[in-house]
Design a protein around this ligand. Structure first.
Ligand code: APR
Length: 242
């Protein structure tokens, strides 16, 4: 932790990169943790793609209404709030996230690049008419045009939002410190950003309960502590020493 503290204090452009492990301490499951990841219970190839939306529509809609109802049960934890505070004080410059729960946004972070979209918006897959989140929860799942209403998240096989992707690429290239919080780094192209940062001279930190294929490139790897406790410990240190 001492090295991480020093890196954070010395850095001028720290970028945070989060995955589902950032939200498990809020109560949400991640995707690939042994025995409790979402993909242990549901098969993403049957649910999380456009083919499922078009040809397995009822199961697709039930799955995403289930995920939205789960997200609605929980909220950002202290770690999300600390990151939002650090952005306000300039300690970090932005967050690149794979998460669709919008918890960084809800915690008050502003420079948040949601690579995989979020459950904040819903639209018809056919005509792109926008719909309210509550209408989707209340059961409205078919558009007036007959198309399927879907969340504004990126499904497997779809392109990432290009503007967000380009912005994340710029931020990762500018970073002199790049901190991964709670991602297996197993999904592309999101998993390219730690190397984009590293190749542009950044120090790379990976805080994740399990090892990742990118640990060999990291300057610091922390596996023995949960993300929330790492962020709280760092924040307490900064509060009492700066
Ligand atoms: N502290 C530290 N690490 C944690 C914690 C925690 N409290 N909770 C979980 N983790 C770690 C897990 O060990 C796991 O390695 O977070 C990692 C989460 O990895 P994944 O479940 O694979 O989630 P993620 O990397 O975000 O998945 C990327 O895959 O299915 C798609 O679109 C989906 O955005 C998602 C993408």
């Amino acid at each position: 932790m001492d090295t991480l503290r020093r890196l954070l204090q010395e850095a001028n452009h720290t970028i945070i990169f989060t995955g589902a492990g950032m939200s498990t301490e809020s109560g949400l499951p991640d995707f690939r943790s042994k025995d409790r990841g979402l993909w242990e219970k549901f098969n993403p190839s049957e649910l999380a793609n456009v083919h499922a939306l078009l040809h397995n529509t009822e199961e697709f809609t039930n799955f995403y209404r289930y995920r939205l109802s789960e997200i609605n049960k929980y909220q950002p934890h202290k770690g999300h709030l600390i990151l939002a505070e650090w952005e306000k004080t300039g300690r970090i410059k932005g967050i690149i996230t794979q998460n669709v729960d919008a918890f960084h946004h809800d915690a008050g972070s502003s420079n948040v690049m949601e690579l995989h979209g979020s459950f904040r918006t819903f639209h018809c897959h056919n005509c792109h008419k926008e719909y309210e989140r509550n209408a989707y929860l209340d059961g409205q799942t078919t558009c007036d045009c007959g198309g399927t209403i879907r969340p504004g998240i990126v499904l497997f096989g779809e392109n990432l939002p290009q503007d967000t992707f380009r912005k994340a690429e710029q931020e990762a290239s500018k970073a002199d410190l790049f901190i991964v919080l709670g991602s297996s780094l197993s999904v592309s192209p999101a998993n390219m950003f730690p190397l984009v940062a590293k190749e542009n001279g950044a120090k790379l930190v990976i805080i994740n309960r399990e090892s990742t294929d990118y640990d060999m490139y990291a300057d610091v790897v922390i596996q023995d502590k949960g993300i929330k406790s790492v962020l709280v410990e760092l924040d307490d240190y900064f509060r009492f020493t700066e």
